[in-house]
Structure formats: C-alpha cells, structure tokens
Design a protein around this ligand. Structure first.
Ligand SMILES: Cc1cc2nc3c(=O)[nH]c(=O)nc-3n(C[C@H](O)[C@H](O)[C@H](O)COP(=O)(O)O)c2cc1C
Length: 178
C-alpha cells in the first residue's frame, strides 16, 4: 500500500509524543513492505482554506504551498491516510485542522481511502478523546473512508510516558498488520 502519514505537533521530533506514535506505526508498516510518505504539518508552508471556492471542491487550490504541491499529490495516490495529532483543547491541533480543511479542494477525489487516527493527550479520564473521536468518525463518514485503526493515547503528556505505554506497540502492530 501507499501510505501518507501526517504529523502535526510543533514539538521537536525527538520530544513529541504523537510523532513517536507516527514513527512506531511507520516502522511497523515498512516492516510489512508498505511505502510510507510523511508530511510534517507543523513545519511546512501551509495556509488555512479561505473558502474562496475557486476549486469548486474539485481542485486545484489557489494556494501553491506545501499542501498543494507536495501533500495533495501524495494523498491523491495513497491507499491509506494516517492522521496524527496531539490533543489540543479536546480536538485536533490547529496544524492538522488546516490540512483537513484543505481536503475541500479535492473532496470527492479523496473518497474511498483507508484511514487511521492516532492522538496523544495529557489527561487520562475516559472522556478525554470523546470529542476528537466523534469528529474522526464523522470525517470518515463524510470522506467515504474506511477506518482501519485508531490509537487514543491518553495519559501520554510526555515522551517517556508514551514510550513505555501500551499505545506504542499498538501503533507498531497496526502498521505491521496492515
Ligand atoms: C495548546 C495545548 C492544548 C492542549 N490541550 C489538551 C487537552 O485538551 N487535553 C489533554 O489531555 N491534553 C492537552 N494538551 C497536552 C498535549 O495533548 C500533550 O502534551 C501531548 O502529549 C502533546 O503531544 P506532542 O508532544 O506530540 O505535541 C494540550 C497541549 C497544548 C500545548
């Protein structure tokens, strides 16, 4: 499979909890022979959709940034899209939401993909991921995607916590078992 992994944490790669999960997933997916392209939504040239509708939901986008030039071509040819984010006020990071809103320019062309969602959070209450999980379910439904895995890493507000958590292996196994 061709896989696109989108990371969206502003933390350095070796300190981020959500990028750690993305890396473990990638390790697993590569071990199973899949091709993985990773896009760093926090450190690339991205712009939020401005709703101009020049794309008429069918591309191209007026912005000639890294989303349009680099990410979108990879997403269009991908079999599987993996969204990863730190939990920010019980939703996805703004960095990831910018990417998601830009799906607008190719909504129907992105139909039919497989998808995975992984998020990390400091809190560990059972409702911590509820709003984001509901958002993801709705996104999958609207985009006509098929969910093939979710990792909701609560209680993972620091790198050392996620590294020794069950979620690290969960991410690896989802990749390795694709
Ligand atoms: C702006 C901001 C908002 C956050 N909001 C939440 C939250 O709503 N719930 C929570 O449990 N943790 C919250 N956190 C903590 C992060 O989700 C947590 O530290 C996560 O591990 C960071 O992942 P990263 O290292 O990949 O960026 C927030 C952190 C920041 C900086």
């Amino acid at each position: 499979m061709k896989i696109v992994v989108i990371t969206s944490s502003p933390h350095p790669k070796n300190e981020s909890t959500s990028i750690y999960l993305a890396d473990r997933f990638t390790e697993g997916a590569k071990s199973a022979g899949h091709e993985v392209f990773t896009f760093d939504a926090a450190n690339t040239d991205t712009h939020p959709c401005r709703g101009c509708d020049k794309c008429a939901m069918d591309g191209p986008c007026v912005f000639k940034d890294d989303i349009e030039n680099t990410l979108m071509p990879k997403m269009l040819e991908a079999d599987l899209i993996v969204l990863t984010t730190p939990l920010y006020y019980f939703g996805m990071s703004a960095q990831l939401k910018i990417i998601v809103d830009r799906f607008y320019s190719r909504t129907s062309k992105l139909h039919g993909k497989k998808s995975i969602m992984m998020a990390t959070a400091y809190n560990s209450a059972d409702w911590t991921m509820e709003a984001l999980s509901n958002h993801y379910d709705t996104l999958v439904r609207y985009m006509e995607w098929t969910d093939v895995g979710q990792v909701w890493a609560t209680g993972c507000g620091a790198r050392s916590l996620v590294e020794k958590s069950e979620f690290a292996n969960m991410a690896y196994k989802i990749g390795a078992n694709l």
